[in-house]
Design a protein around this ligand. Structure first.
Ligand code: ATP
Length: 776
């Protein structure tokens, strides 16, 4: 709706007033900050002048320590104040540019008061701090803006439900302090504004969406009623965006107890990490902890194994599709990802609880000092009612006592004398000082030479026993590797008919110290159950994005590792591209989320792509559940070529055409990394193009060649699929892969097919795309 000029003038006047207020605040804060900075410099300069250093005796040393601590606390406090002021100034500067994006007028039903509420990324109070000039978008009252159109409305706050009527809902685009556009909105949040935002070019980094959050996204962002919030959302429905705004919301709601360090995001790959890294800082929050499942497990497993990643697993399977062992490999991966395999491992652990544990010999200087059989005997002498993990802890304690005893006995051995001779002068001096301190306290004194010998021997032996004791504390005396292999030498209830083949293949890999991707979680599960979980109690909330890539087993494992955490699990079952999740239960599966602690939500509207691309991909998937946002573009194009060499020339022509159309980010998305490398090699002489690999950490705008699984979660202005022939995308499980890559496109989608096109494309109504035959 267009506004009469005077309304716009009045709104601009308000913006100007706010800017004046902000400028004043910045000046006053900058002055205070300058003062704090000078204090810091002065404190640093005179740090040691104000500290009394006296180490003559223990009492003086203690006083010196207190004095240093006091001085550094003072300095630390000033540095923190400076840091905070700096942050506030930066927020104010941003607010000065674009103070708010929305306004609602709300009439309270009880007291009849009418308030105008302006919403921004952060709040701002007036000089007396009595009124809000801008409300934070996360404040309870701000939810009105996202949840209602003008008319009866209510919001919930800690004081309860407030009912009333929304009499106005207005949106602004303010840049450099100037209102660029403003309009009053009706049903949804500014279709117009959203259209404008979505019509922009893709960014190398994701942006915040606070000004245009949609109602169903808002429900996801603000929901705090369930421990596990599970979101099934179509490609481009804003899952990742909503997840990040939700993180910002949680940080705001629980600012006294929750920091960015208490939130963990599991993301699909490194490139994605960099892609989303700007959103939270844009919202004035620090970035939350981020990891990929792979980074997490590699850290846990350490260097002992070569650990396969999901990409290598997928690449291997995608390239082996026509070989006879393919089906067997897939079935093994699926079984190992299921909860049935977890039950098998539980049976195994149960057996170990009675017999079968394997321990390592404890060796010292090449000699066995504690036989593994003695450890085993001790373990199995403990009451069987005590859990396996607790018995293991008791065994570790017993071992430590034993080692301490052996350490004492070792001190009189001949080798110790030789080592003492080799000790440095510093070590001797240290023991002499110690002697002087202790002998002062002893009335009769004691023999200095024997004191020195005894203590130096103690030092020498302690140093050599330390790694042994540390290893015991880390539970390294359990022979996890041999035990894990034993899983595959036994039979269990519930194993599939090809269990023997699975065992044979798994042992083959384990013998070469390789952990296949499907074996990682089971291995860590067994390890943690035996040696006690290294649960992370610091993390209070876990986000899992692309949750369709996680198996039910991985879900159980994450719950075990983050026992205190709530979880937001977001994904799209239609984008399952890994072998463990295709046509299999994944972490998203409703059957895993039935209890009271779980809430399932869905997002069906797709915002990323034009209506034409969404309609096309919807038919590709044969789904009725996806709804397109009403933003128009051109029809997807399919080019059929009849020669392999023409594929590359067509890729080059199409790339030039798309770049010529003004698109800044164009991705050529292949099925495999092998195909990506081939395409890249064939076009790199002609075009300025880059290849994205698993080693890549970020992507910039421009022309890129990307294998399918690295494009997950990311978007591009235009996408070219270099070969979507029946040869490449033919089996039913390729359908989701093709859907995933096509849905990366925001504005244009181009598909090339060498020979007959994929049957999934053949099933799409011909009025939903343009077709060309390139015959050379
Ligand atoms: N409410 C919104 N306002 C503005 N832009 C939005 C909104 N919701 C989603 N978008 C935009 O739509 C695009 C897709 O969002 P996002 O990547 O979060 O979706 P997704 O569901 O995680 O997608 P996928 O599963 O395909 O990776 C992004 O460009 C995002 O900024």
């Amino acid at each position: 709706m267009n506004h009469p000029n005077e309304t716009r003038v009045a709104e601009q006047q308000r913006v100007d007033l706010i800017r004046e207020h902000i400028e004043k605040e910045i000046i006053s804060l900058a002055k205070q900050d300058q003062k704090t900075k000078s204090e810091i410099i002065a404190l640093r300069k005179t740090f040691w002048d104000d500290v009394t250093v006296n180490m003559d005796n223990a009492e003086d040393a203690l006083e010196t320590m207190f004095s240093i601590r006091q001085q550094s606390e003072l300095l630390g406090e000033r540095e923190r104040t400076h840091g905070q002021m700096d942050k506030v100034i930066r927020v104010l500067e941003r607010q000065g540019n674009s103070p708010y994006f929305g306004r609602i007028d709300f009439k309270d039903a009880v007291n009849g008061s009418l308030q105008s509420i302006y919403l921004g990324v952060s709040s701002l109070q007036d000089e007396e701090k009595s009124d809000f000039l801008i409300h934070d978008w996360r404040a309870p009252i701000s939810s009105l803006y996202y949840d209602f159109s003008p008319g009866p409305a209510y919001y919930t706050s800690p004081d309860g439900v407030t009912e009333g009527e929304m009499t106005k809902k207005r949106q602004f685009i303010i840049q450099s302090g100037q209102i660029k556009s403003m309009f009053d909105t009706g049903l949804t949040i500014g279709d117009e504004l959203l259209k404008e935002v979505l019509g922009n070019e893709a960014n190398a980094q994701m942006k915040s969406i606070v000004a245009t959050i949609q109602k169903e996204q808002n429900q996801l962002i603000r929901n705090e009623s369930s421990r596990f919030l599970v979101v099934q959302g179509a490609a481009g429905s804003g899952k990742t965006s909503a997840a990040l705004q939700r993180a910002a919301y949680l940080l705001y709601q629980h600012m006294d107890s929750l920091t960015a360090k208490n939130i963990m995001l599991f993301s699909p790959n490194q490139v994605f990490n960099s892609y989303v890294s700007k959103v939270l800082p844009e919202l004035g929050e620090e970035n939350i902890e981020q990891t990929t499942f792979q980074q997490y497990v590699v850290k846990r497993i350490g260097p002992a194994y070569e650990v396969e990643d999901a990409f290598t697993q997928t690449e291997k399977l995608l390239t082996l599709r026509d070989e006879p062992r393919y089906e067997q490999m897939v079935s093994s991966i699926r079984f190992k990802s299921s909860l049935n395999f977890k039950h098998v491992l539980d049976q195994f652990l149960n057996r170990l609880s009675r017999k079968g544990l394997i321990f390592k010999q404890v060796r010292f200087r090449g000699e066995i000092i504690i036989e593994s059989s003695r450890i085993s005997a001790f373990f199995y002498s403990l009451d069987q009612n005590i859990s396996l993990t607790n018995r293991m802890k008791l065994t570790a304690e017993w071992l430590l006592i034993k080692l301490t005893r052996l350490e004492k006995l070792e001190r009189t051995n001949g080798w110790v004398e030789d080592e003492v001779e080799l000790l440095s002068a510093d070590a001797y001096q240290e023991v002499q000082k110690q002697y002087q301190r202790e002998s002062q306290m002893e009335e009769d004194g004691f023999d200095e030479a024997s004191y020195e010998r005894k203590n130096l021997a103690k030092q020498v032996v302690a140093k050599q026993f330390k790694p042994l004791k540390n290893a015991v504390k880390k539970m390294a005396f359990i022979h996890i590797d041999r035990l894990f292999k034993n899983v595959f030498r036994q039979s269990f209830e519930g194993v599939p008919s090809d269990w023997e083949d699975i065992c044979e293949q798994t042992l083959e890999h384990l013998n070469t110290k390789t952990l296949r991707y499907e074996d990682i979680t089971p291995y860590l599960y067994v390890k943690d159950k035996l040696s006690g979980t290294k649960a992370d109690h610091l993390i209070q909330h876990v986000f899992v994005d692309e949750a369709q890539d996680y198996s039910p087993f991985q879900f159980e494992y994450l719950k075990m590792m983050y026992p205190q955490a709530s979880m937001t699990i977001l994904g799209d079952a239609n984008q399952a591209v890994y072998a463990q999740s295709q046509h299999q239960k994944t972490m998203l599966d409703p059957s895993l989320h039935t209890g009271k602690q779980h809430l399932l939500m869905s997002l069906s509207k797709s915002y990323r792509s034009t209506k034409e691309i969404v309609e096309f991909t919807k038919e590709l998937l044969q789904s009725d559940e996806i709804e397109a946002f009403n933003r128009s573009g051109t029809l997807p194009r399919i080019v059929e070529v009849d020669q392999k060499t023409t594929v590359y020339t067509t890729v080059i022509d199409e790339s030039k055409r798309l770049v010529g159309n003004g698109h800044k980010s164009v991705a050529i998305i292949t099925k495999t990394a092998k195909e990506a490398a081939e395409v890249y090699e064939s076009i790199k002489e002609t075009l300025a193009v880059r290849l994205l690999t698993t080693e890549s950490y970020e992507f910039e705008k421009g022309l890129l060649v990307v294998p399918s699984y690295l494009s997950k979660g990311i978007e591009f202005d235009a996408v070219i699929i270099p070969n979507a022939s029946a040869e490449v995308y033919k089996q039913e499980r390729d359908r989701t892969l093709l859907y995933t890559v096509c849905t990366r496109a925001m504005h244009e989608l181009n598909i090339i097919s060498f020979g007959e096109m994929s049957p999934f494309l053949q099933g799409i109504s011909t009025d939903l795309f343009q077709i060309e035959h390139e015959v050379k």
